[in-house]
Design a protein around this ligand. Structure first.
Ligand SMILES: C[S@@+](CC[C@H](N)C(=O)[O-])C[C@H]1O[C@@H](n2cnc3c(N)ncnc32)[C@H](O)[C@@H]1O
Length: 350
């Protein structure tokens, strides 16, 4: 599973002391530390040898080696050197790239998510990794950086009442008209497949006149969604009838897994879309926009900018669905609440 749990708590190194931004100590840097040891280590060199390498007594050489090797280990017991300044730098970069406003207490999360990238790149310090990221400007590494920092928690029929509302809406439509739905933070696909299942049930056919555009910023989750393959644990809470009708049981190497039926896959198209970027590769108008549990990562000005761009993409009578903890009161000029985090365009009042 590429799903990263929302509250993933990284295993703490046994030696790690309680840390906060204020108290976190920078890693031991041999270059930086050496001056503090300079008195005992300073050779009894004569002023005439200024360009020659200093000759150290044997004991001092051994001590210097120990100090240099310590530089490879973060004082907190971590594998990679990670300072408060590195954390602030990551926060600024992910905000700029994806609009994600990381809370100041997410240091452990950032460390554990990006440690894999440092390992993959053979880096020892976050500062070196970030320097290289910015200097090389390699789009592939930027993609990995962003993918590592997104939180993709999702499930089938999460906040189930929204799917009932959608089903009622679909039943009220002329069945000859093609309905378009945009799921703009689709994660690993459970949400857009739940939309597809809802459409099949509402029209009572496996080929309903519905197109679902599933987008996300994270390219790893999009691959997962496209495959439509899930562990049994992901579907165990689904009604048995739905499971039988819309999923195929894996065999051989896929034993213990299920795959969504190809009929559902045909209703969906997955593509990468960063809600922060000026160009969105989608074309409205949509009957419904599902934008759930992603705005929570953005600050209010970013939310407002995105909501403003939703308005012309949503049909006048269309619905916008938000996550259970999201509230767009600050954008009341754009969207009005119909209750239970379902919104309609404000300009269509009455
Ligand atoms: C917590 S998941 C929510 C998944 C699903 N909508 C749900 O409610 O179950 C948030 C998703 O938003 C995506 N995301 C974060 N920032 C984004 C951005 N700037 N543009 C598009 N998607 C983004 C993440 O990759 C992640 O898959």
């Amino acid at each position: 599973m590429s799903d990263k749990p929302e509250s993933k708590v990284p295993p703490r190194a046994p030696l790690a002391p309680p840390r906060s931004t204020a108290t976190a100590r920078p890693p031991l840097d041999p270059a930086a530390r050496r001056p503090t040891l300079s008195s005992p280590l300073r050779p009894a060199a004569t002023p005439t040898r200024t360009n020659a390498a200093p000759v150290l007594p044997a004991g001092a050489v051994a001590r210097q080696k120990i100090v240099e090797s310590l530089g490879k280990i973060d004082v907190s017991g971590r594998e990679f050197a990670f300072t408060p300044a590195d954390f602030e730098r990551v926060r600024a970069l992910i905000y700029k790239q994806a609009g994600i406003a990381l809370s100041p207490i997410k240091q452990d999360m950032v460390y554990s998510r990006l440690a894999r990238r440092l390992r993959a790149r053979g880096e020892h310090r976050f500062s070196d990794y970030l320097d290289n990221l910015e200097r090389s400007n390699d789009p592939k590494e930027w993609e990995e950086f962003v993918n590592a920092l997104t939180t993709n928690l999702t499930s089938f029929f999460r906040e189930a009442h929204h799917f009932d509302t959608l089903a009622n809406m679909l039943r009220s439509f002329d069945p000859k008209r093609t309905v378009k739905i945009w799921c703009c933070a689709a994660s690993t696909g459970e949400e857009p497949y739940s939309l597809a299942i809802t459409a099949c049930e509402a029209y009572n056919t496996m080929t309903p006149p519905v197109q679902i555009i599933a987008t996300d910023l994270d390219t790893n989750v999009l691959k997962h969604g496209e495959q439509g393959m899930y562990g049994m644990d992901r579907v165990e809470r689904l009604q048995r009838e739905r499971l039988q009708k819309f999923f195929l049981r894996g065999t051989g190497e896929q034993a213990g897994k299920v795959r969504v039926r190809p009929e559902l896959q045909r209703l969906l198209s997955f593509r990468r879309l960063n809600l922060l970027e000026p160009a969105w590769p989608v074309q409205g108008p949509f009957d419904a926009i599902f934008c759930r549990n992603v705005m929570i990562y953005f600050d209010k000005p970013t939310q407002y900018t995105i909501l403003k761009r939703f308005v012309p993409l949503l049909r006048p009578e269309g619905l916008m669905f938000a996550g259970h903890s999201e509230n767009f009161m600050h954008a009341a000029d754009l969207f009005r609440s119909l209750g239970r985090t379902v919104y309609a365009r404000t300009d269509q009042r009455g």
